[in-house]
Design a protein around this ligand. Structure first.
Ligand code: SF4
Ligand code: SF4
Ligand code: SF4
Length: 269
């Protein structure tokens, strides 16, 4: 049995809006989101946390390790696979240095960095360009932890968010995802996560539904042995992410665009 929307909203912590999306609960949520967006240093003012991730690419060495992370995410979230690039839906994927950090290179970049593949996902930006342009607030920044969420039922498929996101982090369902070959086998379906429909956009949600259950993001868990991905609360000086940021030189993708990604990379040293 698949999960309905009410259950899903409960799990991701939006139970106050489940009874009437667009009602008072949602207004409160948006108010909080606006406050969070304007909080000093991008912290979520008056709330618990600002979630962030640090990926130490030096610790991801084989294509198998990347694949494990990607497969775990896509399986956990019933991401459809039609087997062709035109219909591709991706929550987490890889690309090379030049496409990941355009403008950051120079002719003497270390060969190992130049040849490296980088894990990419939604940057969970502090100032998300996608949220700013969405006419229905189907995508919104959650006040409690800064996750940029999707409400699939509010999405009208205008794709403004895709045009606005500078990171290619969003995918559009040109086809009914429920007909994808990989989702025909019940063994591949996660009944705890809703499948989507044709005409809506989707992306990484920082595993909001797993966090609610006290679990780590699926990609973090999948490559736990490598210790390559650290996830946690940016507002807590004692958190592992803060420790990583304190002790390593980290970079963000396209910082010049001002979205302030909550995803940081250790690429060398
Ligand atoms: S990476 Fe793109 S989709 Fe994700 S929060 Fe930033 S602007 Fe939005
Ligand atoms: S495609 Fe959906 S989420 Fe994106 S801007 Fe339009 S309504 Fe908002
Ligand atoms: S944080 Fe969760 S949703 Fe995002 S890429 Fe990792 S597994 Fe996928």
């Amino acid at each position: 049995m698949s999960m309905d929307r009410r259950d899903f909203l409960k799990i991701i912590g939006l139970s106050t809006v489940a009874g009437g999306i667009g009602g008072a609960g949602l207004l409160e949520l948006r108010k909080g989101t606006a406050e969070a967006s304007s909080a000093p240093h991008g912290r979520n003012k008056g709330s618990g946390s600002t979630l962030a991730m640090v990926i130490d690419v030096r610790k991801l060495e084989s294509p198998d390790q990347y694949k494990r992370c990607i497969d775990a995410c896509h399986k956990a979230h019933n991401v459809p696979d039609f087997g062709n690039p035109k219909d591709e839906i991706k929550w987490i994927w890889t690309d090379d240095f030049e496409h990941t950090f355009p403008g950051a290179g120079h002719e003497y970049v270390a060969e190992e960095v130049e040849k490296k593949q980088f894990l990419l996902l939604c940057n969970q930006c502090e100032k998300p360009a996608c949220v700013r342009v969405c006419p229905t607030q189907a995508t919104f920044k959650r006040a409690s932890d800064g996750i940029v969420m999707m409400d699939y039922h509010r999405c009208i498929g205008c794709r403004f968010c895709m045009a606005a996101c500078p990171f290619g982090a969003r995918s559009f369902n040109w086809r009914d995802p429920r007909t994808a070959p990989n989702l025909q086998n019940p063994a591949n379906l996660n009944p705890k996560f809703p499948t989507r429909m044709k005409g809506v956009v989707e992306k990484c949600n920082f595993c909001a539904e797993r966090l609610r259950e006290g679990l780590e993001p699926a990609c973090v868990e999948a490559c736990k042995d490598t210790k390559a991905i650290v996830f946690g609360n940016l507002d807590d000086p004692k958190s592992e992410v803060r420790e990583m940021l304190r002790t390593h030189y980290t970079i963000q993708r396209k910082p010049e665009l001002g979205t302030n990604p909550r995803l940081f990379y250790v690429i060398g040293g």
